[in-house]
Design a protein. Sequence first.
Length: 179
Amino acid sequence: MNQNAADADFVIARIGKPHGIKGEVTVQVHTDSPETRLVPGAEYATDPASRGPLTIVGVRVHQGTYLLRLDGVADRNAAESLRNTTLVGAHEELDDEEDAWFAEDLMGFAVVTTNGEVVGEVADLHTREVQDLLEVTRTQGPNALIPFVDELVPEIDVDARRVVIDPPAGLLELNESNQ
């Protein structure tokens, strides 16, 4: 798996803190299939690009956290210098990512609640380190940010160009109090 930063479109993982003294790093996984993407021999472009490309030479999971050994990273100082670096992949590789969405895929989709109430339309999809946020231009009130998780966004109907949301009470009104 070889990537150029120019075609890198989506985050596979974000490097966190060093683990131990031999250059291992923790990673926050941003892929639905880490078992096929985070494997020895995989090479990824990085953001910032100056830190890569990086090649994975070892992988293990410790207490639910993925730990990577990267080619050329032999000590804690080298591992620390990679903190907050993202490993990125090309958009074309997403065939096996069933839940992969990009802003351009959803822009302009109608947004309705599970009971059919029209909320507005998708204005943007903000990729964040912890979870992505769906920005909705509401028919009434300020834009709303909806955490882009299955529990709150249970359905995306591409054919109907519709996103169904199931917001908890008060979520849509959060931005109103900040106006």
